[in-house]
Design a binder for this molecule. Structure first.
Ligand code: DX5
Ligand code: ZN
Length: 221
């Protein structure tokens, strides 16, 4: 594979008591960006971190920060997350009453537009708004918790999205999130993924994060 595969460590798997250290390690280990999971206890059963934590970590790194909003009507917060330092705003199709308007709010905030779909949501639901979307994030587990097992039946959906973008002549990043590790990375890359989000797969890699990131990036080679 000649295209550069981005690896995005998910901070949900970091040691929150030493978050600054985890971020330094991720940056020094060759991460392309950081993944920041926001959960509201409503769209998903879990509650995690939000604006004050993003503001606190923003000065610590130059890496782009992908804000994964597992939040009902996420676009309500687009401007605030942009001001707090978010670069990519990943909103769930299932959480938006009007996806087109939510994408417009994201665009106006200055962040990259990114839409995530849960495992049961088909790729075709994004077709009508494709031109407004810069990245699609395919969830390869049910959102809500780190450390779950990768769902291999999501592979055809990744491929379908790649084909859909190709047919439309639309430049699109395809990200995957959930259960991504050295074992599962090769298949998602072959299916068309360009950005691999990994929490436990890189933070708990037995040989350290740098080797974990490298192994994931090169898994299809
Ligand atoms: C889950 C989150 C993921 C999570 C992934 O809902 O969106 O970003 O941190 O964790 P792993 O890589 O451990 O499955
Ligand atoms: Zn996530």
């Amino acid at each position: 594979m000649s295209r550069h595969i981005k690896v995005s460590p998910s901070l949900l798997a970091a040691d929150f008591a030493h978050l600054a250290d985890s971020i330094t390690i991720a940056e020094e280990s060759g991460a392309d960006e950081l993944h920041f999971d926001v959960m509201d206890g409503s769209f998903v059963p879990n509650i995690t971190i939000g604006l004050p934590v993003l503001e606190a970590i923003r000065p610590l790194t130059k890496l782009p920060i992908d804000v994964h909003m597992m939040v009902v009507e996420p676009a309500r917060y687009a401007r605030e997350f942009a001001s707090a330092g978010g670069d990519i705003f990943t909103i769930h199709l299932e959480a938006c009453d009007n996806l087109e308007a939510s994408l417009e709010d994201t665009r106006l905030s200055g962040m990259m537009t990114s839409v995530s779909i849960k495992p049961d949501t088909p790729a075709t639901t994004l077709k009508s708004n494709l031109q407004l979307i810069e990245r699609i994030l395919v969830m390869t587990v049910e959102p809500g918790f780190g450390g779950q097992s990768f769902m291999p039946d999501m592979l055809p959906k990744i491929n379908e999205i790649q084909k859909m973008a190709q047919m439309a002549g639309h430049k699109l990043e395809i990200a995957v999130d959930g259960g991504i590790n050295v074992e599962t990375a090769g298949d998602v890359i072959k299916a068309g993924a360009t950005t691999l989000i990994s929490g436990t797969g890189v933070f708990n890699h037995p040989n350290g994060m740098a080797l974990g990131i490298k192994a994931i990036r090169n898994a299809a080679n």
